[in-house]
Design a protein around this ligand. Sequence first.
Ligand code: ADP
Ligand code: MG
Length: 328
Amino acid sequence: MKLSEVGEFGLIDLIKDGATVDQTSLVVGIGDDAAVYVPGRGKLELLTTDMLVEKVHFDLTTTSPWQLGYKAVAVSLSDIAAMGGKPKHIVVSLALTVETSVEYVVNLYSGIKEICREYSVNLVGGDTVSSPEGLVINVAVTGEVEPAGLLRRSGAKPGDLVAVTGYLGNSACGFDLLRRRGWEDYEYAWPLVTAHLTPRPQVALGQSLAAWGATSANDISDGLASEANELAKASGKAIKLYSEKIPLSPELVQAAALFRKKPLDYALYGGEDYQLVFTISPEQFARLPQVAGQFSAIGEVAEGEGVTLLGQTGKPVRLNPKGYNHFR
Ligand code: ADP
Ligand code: MG
């Protein structure tokens, strides 16, 4: 069905269903000029937004509408996770082309609502406009955090360890696989492609990190090299990373061989992992709950500036922030 057949208001009616997941702090959701919610008592409010543009961030040939909706929310939730917060409410702005069908938008929202249910987040509003070329989706999210639970990029201390959650590089390698015909035949491809299309932001871990002693944190959206540089810069410290300690999945190692690329390069420069990188004292790192290797210590903080990478052999190399940069 064409969008013109239901119109803007008919579309909003389709979107409304199942938008509220947790009614407790919500006063007014979709349907008025603005959403209304009650801020958590004694909490700090977080607010962030992320925009995905067709042909820049996603391609309709490799991403289903459901996956696009899911991922658009995931990337925003990841920023709340990196601040130590609990995501609460989202608003979604869409620019749609005339070719977009009603079914496409409904599937997009079913992905949005799925991740909202998983993370107990309400869809409380948005905006719908037409685009002359290419689809654009923007998700803004509010979150909350106890003052003591807040994580910032600054705060890394000399002697701290640098640690990450999960595996790095899977998403970028999944992206390479998606553009290769017949990728479905490789068994190892699935976790990589899934990491790319429907990443799971580390909200639960992020919410605990400050209490566990983390001194700074960042989410890994643009590759470890870039994010580690941001931590180093914001903290005014130097970071040393050990290449053999960076967690690479066995699937990534197999798939990278297929592309004749170094698995480590996917982790350093690939991006879109939506894992967390954080700093923490060695004593407190040792006390982290280790469920199936969910944390890896990959380096150290020292006085100085910049990020260096040390391999098993050879000289330390300066690691420049060469993740994805839109204006380069
Ligand atoms: P206004 O003209 O006052 O800005 P709209 O007519 O654009 O309001 O929207 C009406 C209601 O529908 C509002 O609550 C708005 O937040 C919501 N809404 C509009 N577009 C979307 C969307 N794409 N996703 C979710 N909610 C939406
Ligand atoms: Mg209005």
